[in-house]
Design a protein around this ligand. Structure first.
Ligand SMILES: Nc1ncnc2c1ncn2[C@@H]1O[C@H](COP(=O)(O)OP(=O)(O)O)[C@@H](O)[C@H]1O
Ligand SMILES: [Mg+2]
Length: 273
């Protein structure tokens, strides 16, 4: 575990997960701190499984996860969101024939007394709440350059924009912890710039604890002061971008031998990030 003096809002303690005989996570210990935390590693390493444990879709075989010191193991996925854990998925999970605004409104679900957003449109006493919620969602879309698309059908947006809509939906829930699973995959350079600008703002203003799984190493190293490297279900390295990218174990398992030389040549060319 890292020894940051800040209380870690989110911790993994000796986390083990097996699917049948397949041991996917084996004794993962991480204290995720406020700010950007990077989680990288080869395909199949177990990164998404960590998110699935944190959001309650997968049960730990041993060990567990803690939010502000509270054991999460008995909480259902919806209760995790109420407790401040929001996430996005590797492939966005949105209702494609609903509008962008309706999808983002779903992120405010826990704030409503009535469960379904559609009900809000029928109940007069919910009118004010609905107007306020719409305003919050439009403001969020504005932050990420998508306000003009609010009334479009979500399926008509590019994959990149859909991924940003999912980030907006996660953020309107006002999470303490935001888990982003490969948010930049499939995004153009312009979308990445908009996404990062918005995320930086929330991390700074709300002291958000953001965990980002991402294969774009340039992005992760530019963004995250601390990065965890997962390989075959174990953390093989953790620390600053420099520490992990020069760690022989990481070069061997993930980056490849050519990385160190290429990286030296390319340094200084990260203006988009
Ligand atoms: N629900 C599941 N049932 C069985 N095996 C799973 C399940 N989820 C993930 N796995 C397996 O766990 C391993 C890690 O998967 P995953 O966490 O998705 O890796 P990553 O996100 O690092 O690419 C893979 O071998 C995958 O096939
Ligand atoms: Mg994954």
């Amino acid at each position: 575990m890292n020894s940051a003096s800040t209380t870690a809002p989110l911790s993994l303690d000796d986390l083990h997960v097996s699917f049948g005989g397949n041991r996917v996570l084996e004794g993962v210990n991480i204290d995720f701190v406020p700010g950007f935390n990077g989680l990288i590693g080869p395909n199949g390493a177990g990164k998404t499984t960590i998110f699935n444990v944190l959001s309650g879709y997968v049960k730990a075989t041993r060990g567990g996860a803690f939010l502000d010191g509270k054991d999460l193991s008995d909480l259902k996925p919806t209760d995790r969101v109420s407790n401040g854990i929001s996430r996005t998925f590797q492939s966005p999970k949105l209702i494609l024939d609903a509008t962008v605004l309706e999808n983002v409104l779903l992120g405010m679900h826990r704030k409503f007394r009535h469960g379904h957003v559609t009900e809000l449109f029928r109940l007069p006493n919910q009118r004010r709440e609905e107007d306020q919620a719409r305003e919050v969602c439009i403001d969020m879309l504005e932050e990420f350059g998508l306000a003009e698309d609010a009334h479009k059908e979500t399926g008509d947006l590019s994959l990149g924009s859909q991924k940003i809509v999912e980030v907006c939906r996660a953020l309107v829930a006002e999470p303490k912890v935001l888990l982003l699973d490969e948010p930049a995959a499939g995004l153009g350079a312009n979308d990445v710039t908009i996404l990062l600008k918005g995320l930086r703002k929330f991390v700074q203003e709300k002291n958000l604890c953001l965990v980002i799984i991402e294969h774009d190493l340039e992005l992760v190293t530019a963004l995250c002061p601390i990065i965890y490297v997962l390989h075959f279900g174990r953390i093989i390295s953790e620390g600053s971008a420099e520490a992990i990218t020069t760690d022989p174990a990481v070069i061997e398992a993930y980056l490849g031998k050519g990385y160190a030389q290429d990286n030296e040549k390319d340094q200084g060319d990260s203006s988009a990030i």
